[in-house]
Design a protein around this ligand. Structure first.
Ligand code: 5GP
Ligand code: ZN
Length: 145
């Protein structure tokens, strides 16, 4: 696995130097090197990870909006809910099931928590790599702001 990782990194560097990164991304995104959450998933940017699966990773939000604020992302680069395909159904289910596990681990499953998928500008999506927010540890109002 180590050798495959080194090969992938070198391939990324080569494609970037040849300005072919978009082609790399279009391959289905083993890693989209300029995407911040792809880089977090790949361990290239430090993050407080609390869950690491084969396809899904979760880490604490850098600017928490609740005592517990976790982002659950797929390793695959998908920009938003709008970009999900039928093939991604199992992946989305894994994100939600990871959220369920994390909520239990953080001790908020019974008290309650909120799962949010901000999509595009009006909803305030700032990072164009799909991420499920898990917020817990306080009461949340409805409707949301
Ligand atoms: P959005 O507004 O796109 O739904 O949420 C993006 C979230 O990502 C924000 O809550 C923001 O604080 C978080 N975020 C942005 N950059 C980083 C980062 O580099 N590391 C971590 N852990 N969280 C980040
Ligand atoms: Zn990405």
């Amino acid at each position: 696995m180590l050798y495959i990782g080194i090969f992938v990194t070198q391939l990324e560097v080569l494609l970037e130097s040849l300005s072919l990164a978009p082609i790399w991304a279009a391959t289905g995104g083993l890693c989209m090197s300029e995407c911040i959450f792809c880089r977090v998933a790949a361990g290239k940017i430090p993050a407080d990870k609390i869950f690491e699966g084969k396809e899904v990773v979760a880490f604490r939000d850098i600017n928490p909006q609740a005592p517990h604020h976790v982002l659950i992302i797929p390793r695959k680069h998908i920009e938003s809910v709008n970009d999900l395909g039928e093939d991604d159904a199992a992946l989305v289910a894994k994100m939600v099931l990871a959220a369920k596990e994390i909520a239990a681990k953080l001790g908020v499953a019974q008290s309650g928590y909120r799962l949010v998928l901000n999509t595009n500008r009006a909803a305030g999506q700032a990072v164009p790599h799909i991420h499920l927010h898990l917020l817990g540890g306080r009461n949340f109002s409805w409707p949301p702001g």
